[in-house]
Design a protein around this ligand. Structure first.
Ligand SMILES: [Zn+2]
Length: 336
């Protein structure tokens, strides 16, 4: 059997394999799940399977498979029939990333042509929740009347952040986080030392893509530590200090997203400790700090903080004003 090079998500791979084998490939798919869970990896594997020239698809070594690649090292596909569309930076004072209408128009121009060398023209539109309304409406035209040789793969954190008219025209595959042992095993197989693999598997929350990024990008963990140190300090700081920090953080959407993610996992751990829940902590390197702080917090306070962070992440995915969102969040967190 062909190896899709996808770790976990077996049911999704099987479903796509069956649709290929049965000649029932849909025109549009939507892969949902948290950042780093494997949506792009699965989309690229599907693109290889669609355009591989071998019998056992995807073979992984024909010209099509090689040109499409697996996204390792953040290399995009180089196949003339496979396009990757991602949000681009826009906005003046506040940094934002969005998919714009000119990107969709440009893509549609390509999709109208017959494939150059593959069977299908495949377009992978990443983080489609970041599409602005004009871009989303433009894409709807293609979803309503797709050319015969076109397969669209959209990715998003959740289906309900997109227009219902878009979701209803896609086959939705929701990718769940992997078991931590699967992330650990995949890291070990890539030569990551055991204690490091353990630590990253816990921090990843089952998102292998995130764990691999952390292996390759030392800055990712350093930034994460900094956000947690900042949070710890802010919990004892004045309203003015929290306000100033929020303003600074909101200038960079990527930073805000990373900070929210780190803080949520830290508060989830605090909730586990305050409620004496016998579950493993994610932030194993901060166990001492978490226990010390939990002694001064009530479970209700920890629960409220987790809810506030989830709420903030939810709104950020829906293009809420980042500055307002960061201010409200930081002023809401308890003082301790
Ligand atoms: Zn191949």
């Amino acid at each position: 059997m062909a190896d899709w090079g996808v770790i976990g998500h077996t049911w999704a791979v099987e479903l796509l394999k069956r649709s290929l084998a049965g000649g029932r490939v849909r025109h549009a798919y939507l892969f949902t799940g948290p950042a780093g869970v494997g949506k792009r990896t699965l989309a690229l594997a599907f693109a290889r399977a669609l355009n591989c020239t071998d019998v056992d698809r995807p073979c992984g070594h024909c010209r099509a498979c090689t040109l499409i690649g697996n996204g390792d090292g953040d290399k995009g596909p180089h196949h003339p029939d496979v396009r990757l569309v991602e949000p681009v930076e826009s906005g003046e004072r506040i940094q934002r990333f969005e998919i714009r209408i000119d990107q969709v128009r440009d893509l549609q121009h390509d999709l109208a042509l017959t494939p150059v060398e593959g069977r299908y023209r495949v377009a992978i539109l990443r983080r489609f929740e970041a599409a602005n309304p004009n871009a989303a409406n433009a894409l709807l035209k293609t979803l309503e009347e797709p050319p015969a040789h076109v397969v669209l793969v959209l990715t998003a954190v959740q289906a309900d952040v997109l227009l219902p008219t878009i979701v209803s025209r896609c086959q939705v595959l929701n990718l769940r986080p992997l078991p931590l042992v699967a992330v650990r095993a995949a890291l070990l197989a890539r030569g990551v030392p055991a204690d490091r693999a353990d630590y990253l598997a816990h921090l990843s929350g089952g998102r292998l893509g995130w764990a691999l990024q952390a292996v390759h990008d030392g800055e990712l963990l350093a930034r994460r530590s900094q956000y947690l140190d900042d949070l710890r300090r802010l919990l004892g700081a004045s309203r003015t200090a929290r306000f100033d920090y929020a303003e600074g953080l909101a200038r960079d959407m990527g930073a805000l997203r990373e900070a929210l993610e780190a803080w949520l996992s830290w508060w989830r751990d605090l909730l586990l400790v305050t409620t004496d829940t016998p579950a493993p902590l994610s932030n194993t390197d901060r166990a001492e700090e978490l226990h010390a702080l939990a002694a001064r917090l009530t479970p209700a306070q920890a629960r409220r903080a987790v809810a506030a962070l989830r709420d903030a992440a939810w709104h950020l995915d829906r293009n809420a004003n980042p500055r307002l969102l960061a201010e409200v969040l930081l002023l809401d967190l308890p003082r301790c």
